[in-house]
Design a protein around this ligand. Structure first.
Ligand SMILES: Cc1cc2nc3c(=O)[nH]c(=O)nc-3n(C[C@H](O)[C@H](O)[C@H](O)COP(=O)(O)OP(=O)(O)OC[C@H]3O[C@@H](n4cnc5c(N)ncnc54)[C@H](O)[C@@H]3O)c2cc1C
Length: 467
């Protein structure tokens, strides 16, 4: 079997036989499909990553099979990329050097449900975890808007926040991600337990420093949530009301997003359900607090367009309100027009509607704002995931510059190396653990710009650079 990636000369048929009894995918078309994620949101990443493929896909069904895959890869010196649902946005799960893709979706058992936690195998889909928790009167403290197709391991390795973050903070905030096991790539792969603050050694390392096998997450009491859509005449008003909702006593939302009116024109499934050409506030609140929510929107000069229980939503065949939040907002536009893209931008804390209004006039007509509200380290903040009508890289840089000049830091979504986006710097703590857990540097190392320079140092020397 020739190399699908064109990068590895190994006899892949023989390697596939060595992996037995692990299920493998050898069909080039299917390998290519599993070499992609949602990097195509970015025209820049699309150009750079669309021809990067793995050579073979393995689908271990338990830890023993995973261990066998990693031992075989170590012995043959084969690059390894771990993959969950493949919903990452920056090519996180794209195999840069070809090699073996290990898809975890067959390691999907919910292992334990405790009074305030859940432990699940890395490949469990978050919607399935939430469904398993329901009879216990619990739910995950947060989940990304991709919960139907994304895995808990992928969320922990690649994600950061989601629906629930306005109430419970970021995934990295203490107490949310309680523990995880990760396996090394070695002659005899070993599992190591990371607990408490140690989970940050692995969280958001993009699968470069160990393969997560299971995850323990905080759960919270389940509520009867209703999805709410309210509209406003001015974006600044929607943003002000969103902030007021985040601060309000006794309403307790688990989602607050604001969306520029021009973006809502790309939501055909909401046509007739929300006022046209108005700025949108998307929220989920406990059903019993609907009255207080309505009063807050009225006081803020808005109009409540739709309040839906889950049963009502299903009966009327309407989408979840979170399909218009986080990166699903971007997806709704991209479904209609691939010339759109987006960016990730931090905002001043506390949220400042005046600063947003000033920025709005400085940005051109090719930038349409969309904010998510979240609690970070206990404080309410917002971040912008704007739709940007892409013309060229120079204009994108100019837009980034306008944001930065107004005090809004850009966490570039158009770069495929871990240091280029949210981190803004090398995470030497992650890399020290990569040195320990992946001594041959087989786990998709090209994704780290810093790794090549420090890979021969000891873990302790690398860790010392973190200070
Ligand atoms: C429409 C849309 C909406 C989104 N909304 C959100 C959101 O609300 N919040 C958010 O944080 N993100 C969001 N994302 C990004 C992404 O969906 C999430 O981060 C998601 O949880 C990733 O899970 P996955 O199973 O698809 O991971 P994948 O894309 O398969 O992998 C993500 C990263 O994790 C690594 N990885 C996967 N499994 C393991 C493992 N077992 N061990 C070690 N490394 C592993 C991969 O190598 C890769 O680097 C969104 C993306 C899209 C396209």
């Amino acid at each position: 079997m020739t190399s699908v990636s064109g990068k590895n000369t190994l006899d892949w048929k023989a390697f596939a036989r060595r992996l037995s009894p692990v299920e493998v995918i050898e069909e080039p078309v299917l390998i290519k499909k599993r070499s992609r994620d949602f990097f195509w949101y970015s025209p820049i990443l699309n150009k750079e990553l669309r021809r990067c493929f793995g050579d073979l896909v393995a689908m271990p069904k338990d830890k023993e099979e995973l261990k066998h895959c990693l031992a075989c890869a170590y012995a043959a010196g084969v690059p390894v990329t771990v993959r969950g649902g493949g919903t990452g946005n920056y090519g996180q799960a794209v195999p840069m050097e070809g090699g073996l893709i290990i898809e975890t979706t067959t390691m999907k058992r919910v292992l334990e449900i405790g009074p305030d936690y859940v432990r699940a195998e890395a490949g469990a889909l978050m919607a399935d975890i939430n469904a398993a928790l329901k009879p216990h009167g619990r739910e995950m403290c947060m989940f990304p808007s991709t919960q139907q197709i994304a895995t808990i391991g992928g969320f922990v390795a690649g994600g950061s926040s989601g629906i629930g973050s306005i109430a419970n903070g970021m995934l990295r905030d203490p107490g949310n991600l309680l523990a995880l096991h990760a396996m090394s790539v070695a002659e005899e792969p070993e599992e190591r337990l990371f607990e408490g603050a140690e989970v940050l050694h692995i969280h958001h390392a993009w699968g470069l420093n160990g393969v997560i096998t299971d995850v323990t997450l905080r759960t919270v009491p389940a509520r009867d949530w209703v999805g709410c859509l309210a509209t406003f005449d001015a974006y600044e008003r929607a943003y002000t009301a969103a902030h007021a909702l985040a601060l309000a006593d006794g309403i307790g939302p688990k989602l607050i997003s604001t969306v520029d009116a021009r973006i809502t024109g790309y939501f055909p499934r909401l046509e007739g359900h929300i006022r046209a050409q108005k700025h949108l506030l998307v929220s989920m609140i406990p059903a019993e607090n609907e009255g207080a929510f309505r009063e807050l929107i009225r006081t803020g000069g808005g109009h409540v367009d739709l309040v839906l229980t889950e049963e009502e939503r299903a009966r009327r065949k309407l989408p979840h309100v979170y399909d218009f939040s986080y990166n699903h907002t971007t997806l709704q536009v991209l479904k209609a027009d691939r010339s759109a893209t987006y960016q990730q931008v931090g905002c001043p804390t506390p949220p400042d509607p005046k600063a947003i209004a000033t920025l709005l006039t400085a940005l051109g007509d090719d930038v349409w704002m969309h904010h998510e509200f979240a609690r970070v380290g206990g404080q309410i903040t917002s971040f912008d995931l704007p739709i940007i009508w892409f013309s060229n890289e120079a204009r994108l840089q100019q837009i980034n510059g306008i944001y930065e000049a107004h005090g809004f830091p850009v966490y570039d979504a158009h770069t495929w190396q871990v240091e280029g986006g949210g981190l803004k710097n090398a995470d030497y703590r992650h890399l020290a653990w990569k040195r320990r857990m992946d001594p041959k540097g087989l786990l998709n190392s090209a994704k780290s710009a810093a790794w090549g320079k420090i890979k021969d140092l000891s873990p302790e020397e690398i860790e010392a650079m973190a200070v």
